[in-house]
Write a protein that binds this ligand. Structure first.
Ligand SMILES: *[C@@H]1O[C@H](CO)[C@@H](O)[C@H](O)[C@H]1NC(C)=O
Ligand SMILES: *[C@@H]1O[C@H](CO)[C@@H](O)[C@H](O)[C@H]1NC(C)=O
Length: 455
């Protein structure tokens, strides 16, 4: 059924940038599009293991906080989808902070949904790595199958062999060259690519698919993996609808690309595909299994992923929208209203503080004229974001030492800091400029003192 070159080991990376989301105004209401609710015909796909190897999955939500509901909901939904497709629980490693289901804002305690009228996707999701155990190190250890390198958590890792197929799914905010994590530090592209190369070198898989759903993350693999062509996936909705035995990654990509382009509105996404393009014609079934209830569906080019009338909102603003909505709805004079207002204005002022300090640092380092030019430079396609990833991390730490945490929002400045590295600025120069630019250190939750550095 599936054609693999003997011994071929390939990496396919599917990336979507700033994935299309709807207004967060009402999580329970009009949020994500409806997946198929047909789930009652579960039938294990047990007979495929001998011929195609074991299917493994690593699912990770890179954020926490109720305003980031969607990422953990995505992960839970992915888990259910894989299980329904017959992937065993012991072969699925789940990383989620797990602060959503019982958040006081959740109108349905203990329940997580991933579409307006969807059913609970939280029940049964294994808590392999939760809370402060959702770390970059544990994630890498899980991919590499190195149980002794994990700390906390269940110790579940991808203990794969040469005939196995691995599916990795990451959902969160990202920035150029970096993927967010609910804990510090964040995940840097250079490190992630090193881990994927190491996994490749270990010969412990036949094929690996990495689905990356995050803002502006095209840079994660740019110039770092061989071959680059463009495309992406909001795969779960799509996978719910289609019969995965017949739909290929490429078809799925085409569907999603159509949808995410979103009439070229400001918040539409760019979609990309990196890696081995031959693999995209392989059946999605290889990675996700399929929901038997969809067996009789055939793939029709335009039958899914309807462009809904919903508003696409920049994911980076999910926190602001959440605080604003909370403020708007809270009764006049209530402590809830006061708290929401405080959260909103603190988030806003930290954003302004970050934007202004980065701009000022650029001017201090490169002069009033060229400062913003250097910061805004975008390298050519095929060139990595930064030549020296260690420099990037060092300068991020230097910045955060003087100016506070970049935080989720500040990841968007990663390219500017990379450009500062590429211009040959030393740690000492950066430190001096940061100290001049940031005369006051943030005392709010965004200080790097409380949560540590993102690098
Ligand atoms: C597994 O992790 C441990 C601890 O980090 C390390 O010492 C060991 O070399 C790793 N094993 C492999 C096979 O990479
Ligand atoms: C698919 O079609 C076959 C033959 O028509 C039928 O027996 C089977 O129940 C259908 N499966 C589902 C899940 O609807």
């Amino acid at each position: 059924m599936v054609r693999y070159l003997a011994g071929a080991v390939v990496v396919l990376v599917l990336i979507s940038i700033s994935v299309f989301v709807e207004s967060r105004h009402d999580i329970v209401g009009d949020v994500l599009k409806l997946p198929s609710e047909v789930s009652s015909f579960f039938r294990p796909v047990a007979d495929d293991d001998d011929s195609v190897g074991t299917r493994w999955a690593v699912l990770i939500a890179g954020s926490n906080g109720y305003w980031n509901y969607r990422h953990q909901a995505d992960i839970c939904h992915a888990y259910q989808l894989l299980r329904r497709g017959g992937v065993r629980e012991e072969n699925i490693v789940v990383f989620m902070y797990d602060d959503i289901a019982y958040d006081e804002e959740n109108p349905r305690p203990g329940v997580i949904i991933n579409s307006p009228h969807g059913s609970d996707v939280y029940n049964g999701v294994p808590k392999d790595y939760t809370g402060e155990d959702v770390t970059v190190d544990n994630f890498f250890a899980a991919i590499l199958g190195n149980k002794s390198a994990t700390t906390g958590g269940s110790g579940k890792v991808v203990d794969s062999g040469p005939n196995d197929h691995i599916f990795i799914y990451y959902s969160d905010h990202g920035g150029p060259g970096v993927l967010g994590m609910p804990t510090n530090p964040y995940m840097y592209a250079g490190d992630l690519v090193d881990v994927l190369k190491k996994k490749h070198a270990s010969g412990t898989y036949k094929s690996l698919v990495f689905y990356l759903e995050a803002c502006e993350s095209g840079s994660i693999f740019e110039g770092l993996l061989p071959e680059g062509d463009l495309y992406s996936v909001a795969w779960m909705e799509d996978s719910d609808i289609h019969n995965l035995r017949t739909e290929t990654l490429r078809q799925q990509y085409q569907q999603v690309k159509k949808r995410t382009s979103n009439d070229n509105s400001g918040w539409g996404s760019h979609v990309m595909q990196y890696g081995d393009l031959k693999l995209s014609t392989e059946e999605l079934f290889m990675y996700m299994g399929t929901n038997p209830a969809n067996d009789n569906f055939t793939f029709v080019e335009d039958n899914s992923l309807r462009l809904s009338s919903s508003k696409a909102v920049n994911q980076r603003d999910a926190d602001l929208l959440h605080f604003w909505d909370k403020y708007r709805k809270a009764p006049e004079g209530s402590s809830r209203k006061i708290k929401a207002q405080k959260q909103f204005s603190e988030a806003m002022s930290h954003r302004m503080h970050l934007d202004n300090s980065i701009q000022l640092i650029g001017k201090l380092l490169f002069g009033i004229e060229s400062g913003s030019e250097v910061l805004k430079t975008v390298r050519l396609v095929g060139e990595p974001l930064v030549d020296d990833w260690l420099c990037l991390k060092t300068l991020v730490r230097t910045f955060e030492t003087h100016c506070g945490s970049l935080s989720q929002y500040g990841m968007k400045h990663m390219r500017s800091i990379a450009n500062i590295c590429n211009a040959g600025i030393s740690k000492e120069q950066m430190s001096e400029a940061s100290a001049q630019a940031c005369v006051t250190f943030p005392s709010n939750p965004w200080s790097s003192v409380s949560k540590g550095f993102t690098a």
